[in-house]
Design a protein around this ligand. Sequence first.
Ligand SMILES: NC(=O)C1=CN([C@@H]2O[C@H](COP(=O)(O)OP(=O)(O)OC[C@H]3O[C@@H](n4cnc5c(N)ncnc54)[C@H](OP(=O)(O)O)[C@@H]3O)[C@@H](O)[C@H]2O)C=CC1
Ligand SMILES: N[C@@H](CC=O)C(=O)O
Length: 305
Amino acid sequence: MGSKELRQEKGEVANLEIFFQHVHGNHFIPNTVLVDCTADSIIASNYEDWLRKGIHVITPNKKANSGPLYEYLRLRALQRQSYTHYFYEATVGAGLPIISTLRGLLETGDRILEIEGIFSGTLSYIFNNFKDGRAFSEVVAEARDEGYTEPDPRDNLSGIDVARKVIILARESGLKLELSDIPVENLVPEPLRGSSSAEEFMQQLPKFDEELTEILKDAESSGEVLRYLGVVDVSNEKGVVELRRYKKDHPFAQLSGSDNIIAFTTRRYRNQPLIVRGPGAGAQVTAGGKFNDILRLASYLGAPS
Ligand SMILES: NC(=O)C1=CN([C@@H]2O[C@H](COP(=O)(O)OP(=O)(O)OC[C@H]3O[C@@H](n4cnc5c(N)ncnc54)[C@H](OP(=O)(O)O)[C@@H]3O)[C@@H](O)[C@H]2O)C=CC1
Ligand SMILES: N[C@@H](CC=O)C(=O)O
């Protein structure tokens, strides 16, 4: 029986409370973890409760760490007090070691000056492939088919997904910033910002291809490429998300596929930044990031090394 048939025959409507009881009420299992693989802020609002009850949390969902600052700080404080673990490496760069690299720098006494890079696998893919006369909307549809985009691709094109990653890294670096503190360049055409669904948005997008083609042609005529950047300016306690132009020999211009590239400029890595680069979206690499967090949890809980 295929998974679709199995779901039809034996599937149950999701009920978070019943699921929670199933995990929490089993007293024969000493350690429990919930892995939230949604992009849902309501699910994320349950982490505090789960951690308080001793359930560890692992997630690629950016909502909790980029939500209101006071809620984030409360979650972090509660997590430490409750001796539970909360891992979220895949929230930035999917399977790439971004948060662990940042933590490693901070915990060994380095000081972060700036974190700059291409944090969106979707927007990286789009601007790596938006060339040779291709339509912008066609490349967006391709990125969606590859599984790189958020459930609604407007979350990528509006820049909000990158802004969330900027906020996660900013807070991890000790800055007390809100999402609204980050100026964001929105690539969703104005008339489509209120489209009622992702499907309707995708259907209408081709009408606006010309706008982006003009911006691309202008960059190409100067021998430059377009790249969508996120910057955490730790020294000046601010961040920005915007479309920038780079000469073709710049490291940010050399990417392919859904590559992310993140450059950490720190007191130790001041002249040459520490760079992490690689595919930053897609099912396999994201699953790898989450699985790595699960294995880390097992080792924190005493699994033999
Ligand atoms: N895709 C990627 O490359 C990366 C994704 N992430 C993050 O991973 C998360 C998932 O992304 P992705 O897998 O691409 O998204 P998908 O839309 O492919 O998957 C989301 C899943 O969550 C389920 N879901 C949504 N809301 C609920 C809910 N309230 N209760 C139960 N299940 C729910 C959906 O079920 P249904 O289909 O039935 O609605 C769907 O199966 C997001 O937070 C994203 O930001 C992070 C790094 C990379
Ligand atoms: N949609 C994101 C992947 C998850 O964080 C991206 O395109 O980078």
